[in-house]
Design a protein around this ligand. Structure first.
Ligand code: FES
Length: 166
């Protein structure tokens, strides 16, 4: 009798362990099926521009590409087709890939230009090619402005207006 109940107990215990193991395995499988949070939000990147000082240039990653965000200073030439105006402030948002062969240009604050080291291409502060082989300006990523925040990946009215005029 005692033998029987001990066997029952071991059976129950093993069954319980299997059940717990099964639940944990299912949990792990579900986790691997669910997209990662970073993937879910990878298509859209929000950038708060309010803290950027004049002349500051930031690079953010959007869909695996570098995106340049420049807060133009008072001396930086305007470009009505490309400037994002927020009150008195002016910004440009550009995909940081050279339109020649895709190298990443670097920003030179002293000359307010983007210079591509690969073949000497130069772009002005608005992303317009001014020298070398790049065949066209730096591309503007789709963006939407919400106050002083821009969301990369969404096509807002300003983006649509820019790309129509460009
Ligand atoms: Fe930039 Fe050629 S890739 S100039």
């Amino acid at each position: 009798m005692e033998q029987h109940s001990r066997r029952d107990f071991i059976g129950w215990a093993l069954g319980g362990i299997s059940a717990v193991g099964g639940v944990l395995a299912l949990g792990a499988m579900k986790k691997s099926w669910d997209p990662l949070p970073s993937v879910q939000s990878a298509g859209f990147v929000s950038v708060d521009l309010s803290g950027m000082k004049e002349g500051e240039m930031h690079t953010v990653q959007w869909r695996g590409k570098p995106v340049f965000i420049l807060h133009k200073s008072a001396e930086t030439p305007s470009n009505d087709k490309r400037d994002i105006r927020i009150g008195e402030k002016r910004f440009v948002v550009l995909i940081g890939l050279c339109t020649h062969l895709g190298c990443i240009p670097s920003y030179e604050a002293s000359s307010q230009t983007f210079k591509c080291a690969c073949h000497g291409g130069v772009f002005d502060a608005s992303g317009i090619q001014t020298f070398g082989p790049p065949p066209r300006p730096l591309d503007i990523p789709p963006f939407k402005r919400n106050g002083e925040t821009i969301v990369l990946g969404e096509e807002g009215a300003e983006y649509q207006k820019m790309t129509k005029k460009a």
